[in-house]
Write a protein that binds this ligand. Structure first.
Ligand code: CP
Length: 317
């Protein structure tokens, strides 16, 4: 890997290597992560043009556990407010000898654009771009499923809620399919489904009770109001009545079903507290595994960049 921009196009072997590498960073008991010197001397820049709690913080922890130097650019107090463009902001960070950009942006394709046209010699990791892709969330979701359920073949996984605006749903569907899951269900009203959902190999359910029947994993999503135009916004009460995950509804899934959510949770909108905090919930495990997955992504991407630089130097010599 030279950059980590999307799960689209990555092989099952590579995704499995990424999960195995992440597993190797987890201590026994999986509540903490080892510190290793793999990125000593490297500088990782977190550049988040959209808000974040989990992704930004766990990327910082991951980079520090790999012994890298970390810069967190605070966009709200940066010179972006004086009109400096994305291009100039990143070129200036590159001039400070940044080795990697971990980038979140509201525009789909922003990370690809930077990797291809702005700073191709800096490793770019996509920390979420618009509604397109959130590839580290996708892989921390896969690590959570694998650690609790083992192999992906034979699992039924339901993704519920605002699929239309969710970059997590897209990354999860791509990763699940690549890793061999054959029963991927999306449960949503028509107004919250993207055109072309079939291309992800998912079966569509509009009825929550039918879609949850006998599933092994339920991934809940929040309503992404910040990406909705006024007309599309469903009322929260109506949404919860039709698509909220309650204990009663969860009883339709398998008795040992996992409940997941990428966060942030909107309690009482897509999930009730008794479920979010209940015995089936692995929502906070997802956060913990996120550190190990982001360490794996940083390490594998840096290794790919170094190999490419060596090849470039050899071909110039
Ligand atoms: N899951 C996720 O991306 O959370 P944050 O927006 O807090 O980073």
């Amino acid at each position: 890997l030279r950059h980590y921009l999307s799960i689209d196009g990555l092989s099952r072997e590579l995704l499995t290597e990424l999960l195995d590498t992440a597993d190797s960073f987890l201590e026994v008991g999986a509540r903490s992560v080892k510190k290793v010197p793999l990125l000593r001397g490297m500088t990782v820049c977190n550049v988040f043009f959209e808000n974040s709690t989990r992704t930004r913080t766990t990327f910082e922890l991951a980079a520090k556990r790999l012994s890298a130097d970390v810069i967190n650019l605070d966009i709200s107090t940066s010179s972006t407010s004086k009109g400096e463009s994305l291009f100039d902001t990143l070129r200036n960070l590159e001039a400070m000898a940044a080795d990697m950009f971990v980038m979140r942006h509201g525009d789909s394709g922003a990370a690809h654009f930077v990797a291809e046209h702005v700073c191709p010699n800096v490793a770019v990791i996509n920390a979420g771009d618009g509604r397109h892709s959130h590839p580290t969330q996708g892989m921390l979701d896969m690590l959570t499923i694998r650690r609790h359920k083992g192999d992906f073949a034979g699992l039924s996984v339901a993704i519920v809620g605002d699929i239309l605006h969710s970059r997590v749903a897209r990354s999860d569907m791509l990763a699940l399919r690549t890793l061999g899951c054959t029963d991927i269900r999306v449960i949503a009203p028509k107004s919250l489904l993207p055109v072309g959902i079939e291309q992800y190999g998912a079966t569509v359910y509009h009825d929550m009770n039918a879609g949850l029947k006998d599933v092994d994993v339920v991934i809940m999503l929040r309503l992404q109001k910040e990406r909705m135009q006024g007309g599309l916004l469903p009322s929260e009460g109506e949404f919860f009545r039709l698509y909220g995950l309650t204990q009663q509804r969860l009883a339709l899934a398998k008795p040992d079903a996992l409940v997941m959510h990428p966060g942030p949770i909107n309690r009482g909108v897509e999930i009730e507290s008794a479920v979010a905090d209940g015995e089936h919930s692995v929502i906070l495990n997802q956060v913990t595994y996120g550190i190990a997955v982001r360490m794996a992504v940083l390490a594998m991407t840096m290794s790919g960049q170094k190999t490419q630089r060596q090849l470039d130097q050899e071909s110039e010599a």
